[in-house]
Design a protein around this ligand. Structure first.
Ligand SMILES: *Cc1c(COP(=O)(O)O)cnc(C)c1O
Length: 326
């Protein structure tokens, strides 16, 4: 499968005793929050495969979608700019007549030259059809667009996370994760399912862990079981050697009050993690996921936690932290 290199690899495996104490188990953090400059986060690994296909198809534009502060849309816009592709982003917002302020991910997208189209939550339900419409409009203008689904989560994108598990195995063999022994579980935030699908296939293929724990930040356990299952089927069709799967556990218990809204315990936890370890999680994804691991009983004893990024979104939510930080 074709892949273009957009990230600094391997990303470190980070361990800190104060973090173990705070979470209540041994935690190794894969720092994918700093793998590609401003484009950093878990989406860049998917984009290495997706944008390779866009290039093969000689695309001039990429079209994708996401929430108002979508990390995926930002990573796509920046990676596309790097490759000389234009990007069109369909972003969900409450009232498209009143576009949100230019902060966090939105600022970076505009700097990358992306065209932003705001759509309502109702329209967002038809996002795939709307992206096809945009593609058709560009085709009429003589342009060729490549459409990337929400979160870059399809079989091809998931291969990025299969390869991430190969990378972790290499690090364990070098003694960078305290030794070659596999972890008891891979734990991460789940928002569109592609990371989970890749890890479920890769963690067992490369003897990283026999269990993946996906902490949902939206929707439900049933929803993600179906979505992740279908991405796994697609990925296996692309790479027939992926014939085993680790156990997948999904929790929606710690998704907080709403998508992109964290409760005060979660915000406090994110601040505590930063103070004791210097690691900055985000309030939409990784903060809720590690908070979930802290709350989970019983816990796996030795965990690989994926820091999937999200810093621009945190900076756009500064006001939410003021009550925590005083
Ligand atoms: C998108 C995202 C996730 C979720 O990954 P999926 O593959 O979409 O499930 C987790 N963390 C951050 C910071 C993200 O941007």
């Amino acid at each position: 499968m074709h892949r273009i290199h957009l990230s600094h690899l391997p990303t470190p495996l980070f361990h800190h005793p104060a973090l173990d104490a705070l979470v209540g188990t041994e935690v190794w953090i894969k720092l994918d929050d700093s793998n590609a400059g401003a484009a950093s986060g878990n989406k860049i690994r998917k984009l290495e495969f997706l944008l390779a296909e866009a290039q093969i198809q000689e695309a001039t534009h990429v079209i994708t979608c996401g929430g108002e502060q979508s990390n995926h849309a930002r990573a796509t816009a920046l990676a596309a700019a790097r490759l000389g592709l234009r990007s069109v982003l369909l972003l969900r917002t409450r009232d498209p007549q009143k576009p949100p302020a230019l902060s966090g991910n939105l600022l970076l997208e505009r700097m990358a030259g992306a065209r932003l189209r705001y759509i309502t939550p109702e329209q967002y339900n038809d996002r795939d059809a709307l992206m096809q419409e945009e593609k058709e409009k560009l085709r009429v203008e003589g342009k060729r667009a490549y459409v990337i689904p929400e979160g870059g989560s399809n079989g091809l994108g998931a291969l990025g996370w299969v390869e991430a598990m190969r990378e972790v195995r290499g690090q364990l063999n070098l003694g960078l994760g305290a030794g070659p022994k596999p972890f008891d579980a891979v734990v991460h935030a789940c928002g569109s399912g592609g990371t989970a699908a890749g890890c479920v296939l890769g963690a067992t293929a490369f003897d990283v862990a026999e269990k993946v724990i996906a902490m949902a930040v939206c929707d439900s356990v049933e929803y993600f079981r179906a979505v992740i299952g279908s991405i796994i089927v697609q990925a296996k069709a692309l790479q027939s050697t992926l014939n085993r799967q680790s156990v997948l556990e999904i929790f929606d218990t710690w998704k907080g009050p709403a998508y992109a809204v964290a409760d005060s315990d979660q915000l406090q936890f994110i601040a505590d993690v930063a103070r004791c370890s210097g690691v900055v999680l985000d309030p939409v994804y990784s903060g809720k996921a590690l908070y979930g691991l802290k709350m989970l009983q019983p816990k796996p004893r030795r965990v690989l936690f994926l820091h999937t990024g999200g810093l621009p979104g945190l900076l756009a939510q500064a006001a939410d932290f003021s009550s925590i930080l005083g």
